[in-house]
Design a binder for this molecule. Sequence first.
Ligand code: ADP
Ligand code: ADP
Length: 237
Amino acid sequence: MLTLSKVNKRYPTGDRALTDIELTLPRGQVMALIGPSGAGKSTLIRCVNRLVEPTSGSIRLGDTELTRLSGRELRRARRAMGMIFQEFALVDRLTVMENVLSGRLGQVGFWRSFLRRYPADAVIEAFRLLERVGLPHAIDKRADALSGGQRQRVGIARALLQDPQLLLVDEPTASLDPKTSRQIMRLIRELCAERDLGAIINIHDVALARQFADRIVGLRAGEIVFDGRPEALDAET
Ligand code: ADP
Ligand code: ADP
């Protein structure tokens, strides 16, 4: 379970991106973060994985206070958060399998790890995940030979290989067509249910959020202006 309490972020430029955010994400819940550009959605997600330092407040994952961690502890905590990005962030010249494995072994000493202590369990699990996301035939393809939807499936498999406790998902469908976007959102939703994983999904498309999220949190100018089930959002608008 993830808990944000009184989280504030003010950038050095003076921009107040988040004000007193209170949020609890239970296991298994898919939460969509919606709101206009500049509302603070990316900042919120980045505070959780500490790509952005919150100015004040507490962010706990299970028993761990994330805002106090540094160095090795922070790296370990980040491994418990699967991250899925808008631009897929794959290494084009590597194969699908290599990209998925890099989620667990890390980009930097990837080849050294691969050659010295070939982690058979990771490879087997990567096969399983690629099958689950619908890419069993693409393992040897180079990442740059894939379609956008396939690339996002690789990104999802890579995030899951770390066996995360939650998923942080930043605009997963921004560069996909509507049909592929729905497929990707459905896949994320199904995987969260199968693995009892919570997810925070920063998503522009309110219709997609309504269709696939358990809960919608609306941000405006750094404050939560809506928090409830998708049906409640329908009633309000
Ligand atoms: P969203 O993801 O909802 O579009 P952001 O989190 O990107 O919103 O931005 C929230 C606010 O914080 C905006 O006013 C934005 O200009 C500001 N902001 C975001 N990143 C930075 C940064 N690195 N430095 C200064 N201000 C930033
Ligand atoms: P999005 O809204 O899609 O998340 P943005 O275009 O707002 O993306 O931001 C892209 C990048 O620029 C991010 O790394 C963000 O932190 C940074 N950024 C956004 N607003 C500002 C700002 N006012 N000053 C400096 N950096 C910013």
